[in-house]
Design a protein around this ligand. Sequence first.
Ligand code: SF4
Ligand code: SF4
Length: 236
Amino acid sequence: MILYFSGTGNSAYVAKRIGKMINDEVVHLFEKIKDNDFSPLQSKRPWVIVVPTYAWRIPRIVEYWLKNTPLQGNQDIYFVMTCGGSIGNAGKYIEKLCQNIKMNNRGCMEIIMPENYIAMFSTPTKEEASKIIDRAEKVIDLAAVCIKNGQSFKHPNVSFNDKISSSVINKLFYPLFVHAKKFYVLDDCISCGACESECPVGAISMGDDHYQINADECISCGACAGVCPVGAPKEA
Ligand code: SF4
Ligand code: SF4
């Protein structure tokens, strides 16, 4: 079973493509996370977790969900991480997580996709994005073939900078950027409510005259910006 978390669409794309290639069920985790649904899941086939990279590791909200949700049946688990540049030393923390939840870690694959995390980075041009996607498709194919054949992902090379990024910088990044009032809603909001139902952490609610984001709850996933018909959610 493929479980994915995606705010801006990259991880959703990768998860669905792998699902199609290996002919396996694909489940979006937003609803389960939003509803605090930690009920056990069953799969005879390996688990594949597809997530964006938050500060060179998997999103903490997904890690928390995995720690609290029994994954029953097959005990092999693969991780596929989309990113705009690098997943750093995320594999080390995935191994710790797998030991914690008693699953067999089959490795972590980095898929570099066009940067679309508008809260922090500028997005590539159409031409640049198309080249990045062409390269990504080959890596997605490789991931799907490995999973289909029961092979572990190749262990990636990890540099000193990768180690620093996933440890010290990760600890700094979360309070500074993930919970730092990055998203807010403009007066352009037409109160359609689409973002409220999309937000995985329930950070959006109706205010006095339009919808608003509770900055203390927002994890800067970008999902609200992706569904808004008038582009009202903006990054600070
Ligand atoms: Fe994501 Fe924050 Fe928007 Fe909710 S309010 S969808 S957590 S960016
Ligand atoms: Fe307002 Fe956009 Fe949210 Fe609709 S999706 S409620 S227009 S911010």
